[in-house]
Design a protein around this ligand. Sequence first.
Ligand SMILES: NC(=O)c1ccc[n+]([C@@H]2O[C@H](COP(=O)([O-])OP(=O)(O)OC[C@H]3O[C@@H](n4cnc5c(N)ncnc54)[C@H](OP(=O)(O)O)[C@@H]3O)[C@@H](O)[C@H]2O)c1
Length: 168
Amino acid sequence: MLAFIWAEDSDHGIGYQGQLPWHMPADMKFFKDRTTGNTIVAGRKTFESFKHPLHNRKNIVLTSQDEKNFPEGVVVFHSIREVLEYYTRQPSQNMFIIGGVQLFKDFLPYVTDLYRTTIDHKFAVDTYMPEIDYSHFMLSDFVEGKVDEKNPYPYHFEHFMRVEPASD
Ligand SMILES: NC(=O)c1ccc[n+]([C@@H]2O[C@H](COP(=O)([O-])OP(=O)(O)OC[C@H]3O[C@@H](n4cnc5c(N)ncnc54)[C@H](OP(=O)(O)O)[C@@H]3O)[C@@H](O)[C@H]2O)c1
């Protein structure tokens, strides 16, 4: 499986000043549960929004920079082609594209699955999810999130699966 996993607000906003626009621990747990034990692929800015490589996952970063600028153990690639070749060599591996914008645009033809969290609120944002044609996907799972003091906005989780083969 080659998947996108992301959270967006009701205007498709995903980021603000280099960070997530919200604090929603339930979504962070969802992200952790899905990605742990698997591979994540991040753009350099998204990677830098974490304080360190994400634990118990293979961390791949896309950048034009030299790999010596990144912590040991992080796999550094310089093109989406390299990432796709890596994925093709390990087809049993679940690989999650975790953003940002250019990665979501470039990998869209290749992904088999989409894990979208929608937070039903408008936040201050400066980064938006690219448009996705959902007619190529079918909704296979929908879960309403539980609102509580720590997760104060209505939210839901959706899993979409591609209904036609992804590009080679
Ligand atoms: N809500 C969510 O689920 C979610 C998910 C992800 C990110 N975000 C938010 O989005 C923002 C960051 O996203 P962003 O779109 O601004 O940046 P980004 O995609 O994380 O990083 C952009 C950088 O990635 C590298 N890159 C991208 N495509 C490449 C390619 N094809 N080949 C080589 N390098 C490539 C370049 O790094 P170099 O400049 O080093 O060459 C580029 O400057 C933050 O606010 C973050 O919190 C939110």
